[in-house]
Write a protein that binds this ligand. Structure first.
Ligand code: DXP
Ligand SMILES: NCC(=O)COP(=O)(O)O
Length: 249
């Protein structure tokens, strides 16, 4: 899976840590812990180059209060993932994240399914870019690695795209995974040739991330579920020990 030569020619890739699922745990009890604001501090201590949160329209995990406080506390950069709605545009204009990633959203989905159809709703998407980038907030489109979407993304005037790595991550065979990696690599080349900056994410894990990190020109990977899942397990032994120390002290 590794390719030691391919990283030599571009600047170090950065890691945006998505902390949505810290909030998922909190919302399961509608309580105050764990706090995504504290999680962002720990993620930055661990070397996160950026913090990503998806403020869903149904507020199933991240809350408005989280985004507002994170804007004040995040020391790296804050990437706000949001649907292309008037409500979310207003929130972004008020909070001014370092950049926004515009994602498709369906109420009933478990997580984001597929990329945004920028080409299919071109004039609305262009207006969104004018509003947000006009206010100094760079826009990134979360799109599938497809020519039509990449071309449309560039034509909206947005500065960035985030390639949806879901199909690659979910590939059932090595052959399909290679095919999906080839699509992502070609799409990345095309995006760079059109002057877009390049991010990727969704479904990336400790096992599948490296080939994506090796794609030439890749700037930032946004990773959440796998990191939070690992954090829960690697932190459990210490958490149990601390509780036991208290009840026996
Ligand atoms: C856009 C993307 O790939 C993910 O950030 C995803 O949208 C996160 O949202 P959930 O955490 O609700 O799955
Ligand atoms: N945009 C992708 C992201 O922020 C994290 O997605 P995942 O790692 O939680 O699947």
């Amino acid at each position: 899976m590794t390719n030691p030569d391919s990283k030599a020619s571009h600047p170090p890739i950065t890691l945006g840590v998505n902390i949505d699922h810290i909030a998922t745990i909190r919302q399961a009890r509608r309580t105050t812990e764990p706090d995504p604001v504290a999680a962002a501090v720990f993620a930055e201590l661990g070397g996160a180059d950026g913090i990503t949160v998806h403020l869903r329209e149904d507020r199933r995990h991240i809350q408005d209060r989280d985004v507002r406080i994170l804007r004040e506390t995040v020391q790296t950069h804050l990437n706000l993932e949001m649907a292309p709605t008037a409500e979310m545009i207003a929130i972004a204009l008020e909070i001014k994240p370092d950049y926004v990633t515009v994602v498709p959203e369906k109420r009933e989905e478990v997580t984001t399914e597929g990329g945004l159809d920028v080409a299919g709703d071109f004039s609305r998407m262009t207006q969104l870019v004018e509003k947000l980038q006009g206010a100094g907030i760079p826009v990134s489109w979360f799109i599938d690695p497809e020519e039509t979407q990449i071309k449309a993304a560039a034509e909206t005037g947005a500065q960035l795209i985030e390639l949806h790595t879901g199909r690659y991550a979910e590939a059932k065979t090595e052959a399909t995974r290679k095919e999906e990696l080839a699509h992502l690599t070609q799409a990345s080349d095309r995006a760079l040739s059109l002057g877009l900056r390049l991010n990727a994410g969704h479904g990336l894990t400790y096992q599948n991330v490296y080939p994506i990190a090796c794609i030439p020109g890749m700037e930032e990977l946004n990773i959440g579920h796998s990191i939070i899942s690992r954090a829960v397990l690697v932190g459990l032994e210490r958490a149990v020990r601390e509780m036991k120390d208290i009840i026996r002290s």
